[in-house]
Write a protein that binds this ligand. Sequence first.
Ligand SMILES: *Cc1c(COP(=O)(O)O)cnc(C)c1O
Length: 712
Amino acid sequence: MVMSDPYHDWNLPARVARLKDLSYNLWWSWRPEARTLFKEIDRTLWAETYHNPVKLLRKCPPQRIQALLDDQSFLARYDVAVADFDRYMSASNTWFAKNQPEMKGKTIGYFSAEFGVHNSLRIYSGGLGILAGDHCKSASDLGVPLVGVGFMYPQGYVQQKISADGWQQNVYEPADWDNSPVRPVLGPSSGRMLLDIPLGRGAVKVAVWRVQVGRVPLYLMDTNVDGNSPQDREISGRLYGGDRTMRLRQEIILGIGGVRVLRALGVHPSVFHANEGHSSFMFLELAREKVSGGRTLDEALGEVAEMSVFTTHTPVAAGHDVFAEEMVAEYFSSYWPQLGVEREAFMDFARVPGEIGWNMTSLALKMAGRRNAVSRRHGRVSREMWKNLWPTRDVDEVPIAHVTNGVHLATWVQQELGAMYDRYLGCEWRDNQDDQALWSKVAAIPDEILWMQHNKNKSALLQLMRARVRARWMKGESNAAQTLAGGALLDHSALVIGFARRFAGYKRATLILKDVERLKKLLFDPWRPVQIVFAGKAHPADDGGKALIQQIYALAKDPAYGGRIAFVEDYDMHVARYLVQGVDVWLNNPLAPMEACGTSGEKAGANGVPNFSVLDGWWEEGYNGGNGWAIGEAGGRGAGPEADAADAEDIYGILERKLVPLYYDRDEFGVPRGWVKLMKESIRSVSPRYCADRMVKDYVNMLYAPKAAASR
Ligand SMILES: *Cc1c(COP(=O)(O)O)cnc(C)c1O
């Protein structure tokens, strides 16, 4: 397949030519001055392209671009942004360079099935992908030499539309790579780089795309290329689509293909990091390389362990891929001889004692020398969960550490709020996000100013919701009840509770609806009304999750709830930003201990939106008595109807007695002083400890650097 790089197909006038470079590096998405630049070129197109600068620049009428050349103010800001970009890309005095001089010239290969970097790239589904995106962005900011490896899914992840009867419709939209911030990796001759990746008895052709996230490149594999069978073209078709066989084939390409892609590119990481078990096959491939280079299997496994990091992300059983051994055998019967082992020994790489099947998490836990969970509590839960792999050890000695997840502040903190932090904390907070002392200066922000900014963020959320339902209404795609269900009647002056996440059963989205009479009293209190905004997708094959959405949607449409319950369709990074910045309080009530970490509450907290959550995941370590509310008991109440009832009782009780009264307790200027104190404590306590900079530094210090040294 001959293909050129669409990057070269178009040009801009020389004076603003660098806009193209800015548009192809997602750095712009977390740099306010660059983002504003694109937005100002054409606000309508900006909205229509869903904030995709590549598409914006390509669709923009030439006379509009021409007009920019006479706009001195634009040109001045363009020059600033370009200079800032060049400085960023070439900086040599990064945190990493200063703190890890012995790792100079090394790279870290970071493998993930999904990357949530920006909406214009639909290659993420939820928490795991956003975490990977935030990891890459902070690695870039800190100068950590990360190289990402993943998939470019031509059909992305499901988009959500809710039908009139409240049922989630799964919509897939083919990606438009020519108008996306991606570039094909070209081979030595004129066409694309194409690799043949062995898959069972045959081979699959894999093409590679490159996405630039600041200084961090992502190499994304695509099997939708000429020469592949229709079935093989589908391998990278959809994120988490297809059956078990498809899943296994995807994971073989991700793990084994991923290593081969890096080799073909001449990238030889000293550390290989598997973000969740989808990419665990890479450890086998690394061992195979070493055996074919003359090592014994034991030597090879020892060396692989030295250079490998594995992060496990969930205590939920369905989150761990287990494949039938017969199925694995079908694909690996020619592979195990290359490792010098028989079938039984090969299957043992991934078995869990006492269980049946090939377990991808077990494979990674056995092969990677450093392993971690994603919060303190999840560390305890994971050690318990996997103790059978280390039968001679006490559970506390099971070698799974933890690094609590964090969020990329420059992505998630509302822009004007960030400027307020610049003013009161000093701009140095941006380069020292994990400095707790700096954040204590939040106290100096005048209450009125913080409160006013929050209300602006809240207006922005309500406006977004109205704009969306208006667009659907005008297209004739929705009826009046759906328009109200989408939030058209929300009242800006009334408390808004936000609840947004995947609709998986353990997240208990409908817990707050348990006692509808008590709920209605809260919603319709004449002095202190309450509203709830929900958002989230169910997995496209999960009818249980869709039924929960339907239950909520039914109330949202029901006149008896007065438009005070709303559901925002198609929860994605864009909607998530407005929600975590604009609701008044962030509710999370999973069944403990199933929430490994949870990151949306961290995003809310850093925006001054207090958390109201079960003591699970990050909140078990983050709650300090003054930055929000705790639902349930420290250890959790276990599963079952009584536990649900007790947790629901907590939710209502806290709302009635503490949370709602505090929100409406205003001084003579209308400022809720007690509430604002809580907002400030939230910002102060959450931002430095749950930012992705802290997380990436922990990964470097605890998991990457020693490995890197050992693998030399
Ligand atoms: C942050 C985020 C998530 C993860 O949220 P959890 O709290 O882990 O459930 C999921 N989806 C989107 C779109 C997000 O922005």
